[in-house]
Design a protein around this ligand. Structure first.
Ligand code: UDP
Ligand code: MG
Length: 135
């Protein structure tokens, strides 16, 4: 069964959207495999978002995701990677469809409520970073 990694970013936690996000994933049929509230260090954030190192938005992205608590989770189900990303909506909330998390709850691209892995390979890498002991 496919797995993906999802993070509710600090803006989502501050806005009280953790339950709403989890509800949407679960309602869609994705099962929680692991779940944790945490604070990201800059080092971990830089590794997690390593593909974006050097881009103009990178420092602001790292600053945002380290600015407060985040909720980290592993979800499992058929097509979990694509399903979670569809539920999250387009990266820029202004392009995200109403009915998606970003389309319903965000306007800013950096503070866009959630992260979801973009492929099965990425999901394996990200799950390995945040849940190294998960079987
Ligand atoms: N991001 C940003 N400015 C940009 C592009 C991306 O602040 O111009 C942030 C945004 O929060 C996004 C994250 O960087 O969620 C990672 O970018 P990616 O392209 O991987 O988008 P995602 O996979 O999260 O949809
Ligand atoms: Mg991405």
């Amino acid at each position: 069964m496919e797995r993906t990694f999802v993070m509710v970013k600090p803006d989502g936690v501050k806005a009280g959207l953790v339950g709403e996000c989890i509800r949407r994933y679960e309602a869609r049929g994705l099962a929680l495999v692991d779940l944790r509230l945490d604070r990201l260090t800059a080092e971990i954030a830089q590794v997690h978002y390593g593909e974006h190192a050097g881009k103009p938005f990178f420092p602001g992205l790292v600053e945002h995701v380290t600015s407060g608590p985040v909720v980290l989770m592993v979800l499992e189900g058929e097509g979990a990677v694509a399903a979670a990303r569809k539920t999250n909506g387009a990266t820029n909330p202004l392009d995200a469809e109403p009915g998606s998390i970003r389309g319903d709850f965000a306007l800013e691209i950096t503070a866009n409520v959630v992260h979801g892995s973009d492929s099965v390979t990425t999901a394996e890498r990200e799950i390995g970073i945040f849940f190294p002991n998960l079987k």
